[in-house]
Design a protein around this ligand. Sequence first.
Ligand SMILES: [Zn+2]
Ligand SMILES: [Zn+2]
Length: 378
Amino acid sequence: MSEKSYYEILGVEKSANADEIKHAFRKQAMKYHPDRNPGDKEAEQKFKEVNEAYEVLKDDQKRAAYDRYGKSAFQNGMGGGNPFGGGFGFNAEDLSDVFSNIFSDFMGGGRNGGRAENLRGADLNYNLEITLEEAFAGLEKDIKIKTTEACSSCHGYGTADGSEAPKCETCGGRGKVRKQQGPFFVFETVCPTCKGEGRVVKDKCKQCNGLGITKTEKTIKIKIPAGVENNVRMRVAGEGEAGLRGAPKGDLYIYINVKEHKLYEREGADLYTAVPVSMVCAALGGKIEIPGIDHRKIEVGIESGTQTGTRIKIKGEGMPMMGARKRGDLYVLIKVETPTHLSKKQKDLLEEFRDLKDSDSCQPETKTFFDKIKDLFN
Ligand SMILES: [Zn+2]
Ligand SMILES: [Zn+2]
């Protein structure tokens, strides 16, 4: 753990009020959330610290104790009711706990320390790579995920006889006990007997060792809407891991990665592409055909005298806009191609063309160009 103070970790003044602390916590927690920093150990550590700081500073009593005694006020640890051990350990249960914590704070509900909340199933992440065509049309897909489900032998209760375990005698099922900490303060802290669960499984289910869950592999049908953007995260509620002992399931998060396309680049709902056009077509005008994102042929009219760099807008041939019955536009960037490997006849014709002009026609815009830059030659 760092030696920074809890206030420094959240980036607030020591005098910060509850709102400022909550706001700072959300900001930091979102920044370092493991979902956003997969595999980043440093972010993981920061996320842990941010949560630890918030656990203390959001609670007036704990904050007062911390201001007075520092971290030593909490030597017995006060991690959430994590069934796999107390403290600020880092595992999926803690994470989902924290996430639901953030979530309930967002919803303005605050947290009432319900036991179900502590035992909620972990969230799962799934990376899904799709093509731009699939993003265009939307898709339904069966995905396989490794997850957990309620143990069939004990119905998720973790008990040998498959019924709900009796209430904890130490805390009467509250999951919390009052505790004297330092000379002046009395805290509510996690019950040491049931670790916050409120119930104690004495005779454990053999199949799941009392956890109430077993590992499984599941196939889930997911639906990706047309127009989905790259790098978005979609939440599939209730398709995460099973909660412990009947607590709610976690959620499944699908991360969308749209693959690069051969022809198109995408910006929001608009598509961009560069198309080569022959010099003759650019000079005389004509038509070209390009495949649309829906693989229909799109005819693009080329005006005579079209230059390289001309951008042609084709309305409504872009990506669908999510939630609207509209499509973005397609922009075609013209690149005039200079012919190579001329036949003898072509060469003769071009030379004849050149000689028709009264000046050296290698630089047809010579005059205006030189007007612009003539100062630079002196
Ligand atoms: Zn079981
Ligand atoms: Zn208890």
